[in-house]
Design a protein around this ligand. Structure first.
Ligand code: NAI
Length: 256
């Protein structure tokens, strides 16, 4: 069977994706902080190295798909360390295993938040691959009361990294589609505390309007992710696919 590695596999979108891939007959290797085949903290260089080492051990050096879901939404530099640098390290670190796979595909979960205001200092540092500078810019944003910008910036950066990288020799040249899926509001442990708080829920509903079906279950995203990393996807690459109940169309309708 195809062998797929999913980070953030212990909860939410990653868990639903891993379950669907298994139901489709794929062999799935889950990675997470706990409750996974590979336990690693992807916010740290040691954890990122551990992911690659363990993936080699478990697969003999061949992977057919990688789905990077691990992410947090804290008002803290940790958010850029995991959501951008952890995701990039996952995809770049496992790229040699994908190169040895069959019909290899890669995907990262972005966010509708990438279209919200961002902090250019965080985004530019992330795209330059400068983690200390991105952490410093994130800390500065938190200190001036704009901690929410760390999340949107981490997702904008990783989405732009996907668009830039997908068309290079490393990815398109190697025959590997690389995409992002950008969800709206998904009901998971990440958002549950916000949605349970009436004031925060109102804020979320105003900033992420979802005219089609409202808030999402993780199981609604899994089929799109599974298709984008399946052999059937031979054309879609470098895309940030908004799977958001219409939020992107509401927020930036004329941006095509
Ligand atoms: P979740 O909290 O249910 O799952 C995230 C998983 O990542 C957890 O299992 C957690 O243990 C793992 N994780 C956290 N820190 C880690 C670390 N340092 N190293 C390795 N694994 C770590 O969250 P959810 O909602 O499933 O989020 C998955 C992805 O989707 C994230 O990247 C998130 O930013 C993104 N997303 C979520 C949305 C939502 O509304 N829930 C909306 C848009 C994007």
């Amino acid at each position: 069977p195809r062998t797929c590695l999913v980070t953030g596999a212990a909860s939410g979108i990653g868990k639903a994706t891993a379950a669907l891939l298994r139901a489709q007959g794929r062999a799935v290797i889950g990675a997470d902080l706990q409750d996974a085949d590979i336990t690693a903290d992807l916010a740290t260089p040691e954890g990122r190295a551990e992911l690659v080492t363990r993936a080699h051990e478990l697969t003999g050096g061949r992977l057919d798909a990688v789905v990077s879901c691990a992410g947090v939404a804290h008002f803290d530099p940790l958010t850029v360390r995991l959501n951008h640098f952890g995701a990039v390290a996952t995809l770049d670190g496992l790229r040699p295993l994908l190169a040895a796979g069959t019909d290899p595909r890669a995907l990262v979960v972005g966010s509708i938040d990438s279209v919200h205001p961002t902090d250019p200092a965080i985004v530019e540092a992330a795209l330059a691959g400068d983690e200390p500078a991105a952490v410093a810019a994130s800390r500065a944003a938190v200190d001036r009361g704009e901690g929410h910008l760390v999340y949107s910036s981490s997702k904008a950066a990783v989405s732009r990294w996907v668009r830039r990288s997908a068309i290079t020799d490393d990815w398109a040249g190697a025959g590997v589609p690389l995409n992002a899926v950008a969800p709206g509001v998904v009901v998971t442990p990440l958002t549950r505390p916000l949605l349970d708080d009436p004031e925060m829920r109102g804020l979320v509903e105003r900033s992420v309007p979802m005219p089609l079906h409202g808030h999402t279950r993780p199981e609604q995203l899994a089929p799109l992710i599974a298709w984008l990393v399946s052999p059937e996807n031979t054309l879609v690459t470098g895309q940030v696919v908004f799977a958001d109940g219409g939020a992107d169309a509401v927020l930036r309708g004329d941006h095509t």
